[in-house]
Ligand binder design. Structure first.
Ligand code: CTP
Length: 396
């Protein structure tokens, strides 16, 4: 199998016949394509056509070639998925996380970029159910194309037509280019919340779950970067393809970051670092009668300290605030020598531990002016790609 493997999922819509041309053009572009039709799509285009065109076996359920565990195998060898055409039902099933045929099983087991190409009657496309399923998929990082406007199967005209092959290939090209655009780039990411021990039982900590930095590490790794993740007190598992170093305190995190900073190209400091630590660690548990005030010592500002030494490094800092105070964010950018800062609105209790985020991306240009991009509620995965896009443009 080449490094350009595609799973082409075909849904049960009349546009299935147009996916034959898409398959051919993908092969022309050098992709190896395995077609996974839904059982109902075989009413429109039969298995024999797909096998002849792809030159590969074609199955539709998990009950064929069971010994191969095909959904897991396909999910692990595929570099990209395209679902074309995606019917309203198929979109709903993917959004729900259903796994009732080979295609939905494969997509559920897959972590690679997925392009969804809808085609259906305009009223079905416009329905609130489909639209909310599409938003949900987009929020999870799927790329869902807008269908074309034009004549449908019957006499109806509207938005719902399967896009021209050229437009699908263009959207796909963008995805494949992005897939390796960070190849050779060394990225250091911090995530989670540090803990400053008071005694063997108690600590000063914070609510960070580590999800934003984790999403960044995953996105950067998928785009070909060499990623080191310094993870503080997070229950999230190690990511395959990412070097994960686990730490507890701000001092430990500082040691890990400072020893690696000058050999990285980009640092994303998403960890919530405790600003202070107890002046004295008590080796034995402090009895409640003796617990009163805790004397604190300030911790090093990790990013501000290492970024002072920066050469070509691009610095992404984060600021979690309960109000979107832009001038405070701009001040932090200066203090931390950050090129990019994500001002995270954590008002309410919804952001910590959630897969969603909202806030503002601040970027500074060569002249020193600062630009703002408002981020409405979106997934931490999507935000990660936006931040990496910004960083990439600065890396040149
Ligand atoms: N940060 C750091 N070292 C610290 C504190 C924060 O490297 N000791 C980093 C964070 O990881 C983040 C950025 O600095 O990328 C901003 O963190 P934030 O907590 O918002 O800012 P503080 O400098 O701690 O300011 P304040 O708590 O007063 O808002």
């Amino acid at each position: 199998m080449s490094a350009r493997e595609v799973v082409l999922g075909v849904g049960g819509g009349i546009a299935a016949y147009k996916a034959c041309d898409l398959l051919r053009r993908l092969q022309d572009a050098g992709f190896g394509v395995t077609v996974v039709p839904t059982p109902s799509s075989l009413h429109f285009v039969g298995k024999a056509t797909w096998e002849a065109l792809s030159g590969r076996p074609v199955t539709t359920t998990v009950w064929e070639r069971v010994d191969e565990v095909r959904h897991v195998h396909l999910a692990s060898v595929s570099n990209f998925n395209i679902v074309a055409p995606a019917t309203a039902d198929l979109i709903a099933r993917i959004a729900q996380g259903r796994a009732d045929d080979l295609l939905t099983n494969t997509l559920l087991a897959s972590t690679v970029p997925t392009l969804i190409v809808p085609a259906m009657h305009p009223a079905m496309w416009a329905s609130s159910a489909t639209q909310s399923n599409v938003s949900l998929l987009r929020s999870r990082g799927y790329i869902v194309m807008e269908p074309d406007r034009g004549r449908l199967t019957g006499k109806d005209v509207g938005v719902g037509r399967f896009p021209e092959t050229a437009r699908i290939l263009e959207a796909f090209k963008e995805i494949t280019e992005r897939a390796n655009d960070l190849s050779g780039v060394k990225i250091l990411i911090t995530a989670g919340g540090t803990r400053e021990m008071i005694d063997p039982i108690r600590f000063i900590g914070n609510k960070s779950s580590g999800r934003q930095g984790y999403a960044l590490a995953k996105a950067a790794m998928k785009r070909g970067a060499e990623v080191t993740l310094i993870l503080a007190n997070s229950s999230l598992p190690d990511l395959e393809g990412v070097t994960t170093i686990r730490v507890d305190s701000a001092d430990e995190m500082y040691a890990q970051v400072s020893s690696r900073f000058l050999s990285c190209d980009l640092i994303a400091m998403s960890a919530a670092v405790a600003d202070a630590k107890p002046a004295k660690f008590s080796e034995s548990k402090i009895k409640k009668g003796a617990l009163s005030a805790i004397e604190l010592l300030p911790n090093k500002d990790i990013i501000a300290t290492v970024a002072k030494e920066k050469k070509h490094q691009i610095v992404i800092a984060f600021a979690a605030e309960t109000s979107l105070d832009i001038s405070e964010a701009e001040r932090k950018m200066m203090v931390k020598s950050a090129d990019i800062l994500y001002l995270n609105d954590v008002s309410g209790s919804e952001i910590f531990g959630s897969e969603q985020t909202q806030g503002v991306i601040l970027t500074s240009d060569i002249s020193g002016s600062i630009h703002h991009q408002k981020i409405d509620r979106t997934s931490k995965d999507t935000l990660s790609d936006l931040l990496l896009d910004q960083a990439l443009s600065k890396l040149g």
